[in-house]
Design a binder for this molecule. Sequence first.
Ligand code: GLV
Length: 310
Amino acid sequence: LAVLLSTKAHTMQDWREALLACDPTLDIRLFPEAGDPADIEAAVCWTQHDMAELRRYPNLKLLVSMGAGVDHLLRQPGPPPGVPVARLKDERLTQGMTEWVLLNVLRFHRQDLEYRAQQAARVWDELPAPETAQRRIGILGLGELGGASARALLGLGFPVMGWTRSPREVEGVRCFHGEAGLREMLGQTDILVCLLPLTPQTRGIIRAETLALLPRGAFVINAARGGHLVAEDLLAALDSGHIAAAALDVFEPEPLPADHPFWGHPKVLVWPHAASITIPSSAAPQVVENILRAREGRPLINLVDFSAGY
Ligand code: GLV
């Protein structure tokens, strides 16, 4: 029985070592050297792996995403029928994301872009002091990542709202759901943070129509997936001054093409999908736990709900 590992070349060995540290008896095969396809009982994959390829392994019992998101595994043709998919819920991954969200919320809240522009022009000038209690944060998605960012922002004294597709309660957070709830929240959101899973329902959720609902001068932070945001619509909203600035970690496609207007835009902060990076040693225990559970036919953890898409 063997585990197929397939990820970016530079992290392959780290993952291998991290999995072996949890269970030295694992037989780990580094893709594309899978050996006998019948040996493979579990596949641990990142975005680049072709799901059609996984149909070669007749005894595959489990597919694990090496990240929080699973949209890349679920899109056509999807995992082989009947194979359960697990994703990561990892403290370090969550911590990294919380830091990145705080970094950008504070950057916008504390007028960092204006002060950098002033510095470039050697201008010594004080802007009006921002009011934390008046800066309303609206978070799209209150799952593992959105919930953690919400708590951290509440801790700093920001009023925090959150939106989910179906009703959800998070202590201290004003929660909204559904279509009408989305419109209601956006109308009062000064800094919008997207931490949703990408599903057919959430694709393009940040577009001209929804951007227009935000108050003039609002900020947009996207750390989820490029597909949540319609780039042309954001550019138009930035250029009209309706949106003040955006911090973006994710794009469609990735890498962001060299000639894309985001790169040189003075109101856009571009990150190379690095807001939070999975640390193999931190994530490996839950992966190995799931491999053992799958082998023994026990219930799996962090399972993806195919009907919900995350
Ligand atoms: C990264 O994008 C992840 O899904 O973990």
